[in-house]
Write a protein that binds this ligand. Sequence first.
Ligand SMILES: [Zn+2]
Length: 266
Amino acid sequence: MSADKFFDQISILRCPVCGTAFSQCGASLRCQNGHTFDPSAKGYVNFVPNAAPSRYSRELFEARRKVLENGFYRHVIDTVKSYMPDANSLLDAGCGDGTFTKALQKQTTLGVDLNKEAIRLAARGGGPVLWIVGDLTRLPITDASVDVVLNLLSPANYTEFARVLRPSGTLLKLVPQQGYLREIRALMGDRLHKEAYSNDAVVAHLSERFRLKDRVRITDTYPLTKEQAQDFIRMTPLTFNTNPDELDADALKEITIDVELLVANV
Ligand SMILES: [Zn+2]
């Protein structure tokens, strides 16, 4: 059964409410203070059953998956892989639909996202990854239990990342750069609130908890079909305050992926 994987690896999980260890109680994970969570037969466990609704819809994650399946992030995945240390365990914090997680998975892999729709999509099709609806500020994961934390195009919580990493563990964080999806920004024109792009604040914040070892810029521009252009428009929060149908997908002929990989140690 798909829920068994959670009981098989129960020692890597801890209660998100009180932080104590789980034991198996029938079909439930039960902590020492009696908080219980039931892994779903669909292959994930929801540790945030009362999460507020998200603006990130199932449609957004499905569009994002199509973009990923079309290979636009292949170069990014290959670069992240090349900086991945030899490791047995991996946490993808803010894993979204799980495409990156599956491409980079290790013997023990956890994919955590606060968005239930994303995790349901990730868990579809089975597999060994422990898919978790969870809060990055209160990870349901034991101290010093994973070798690598991935944090790809997602908000971070460095205190929690440092807590769950083993000594000398590695953090691989991907952040957008100045040219990221610039063609969509141009298409939106005045509809987009313009912010200057700088990763200095990200790097400063990360450096409070981690030692930054490498910064790797990954930049590519790809031609787009109309359908691919529509997927890009639908997958990005840039267009949240706009009706995507108002944007002229025909005018989006190419797209720039411009990101930076930050490689750091505890
Ligand atoms: Zn508890």
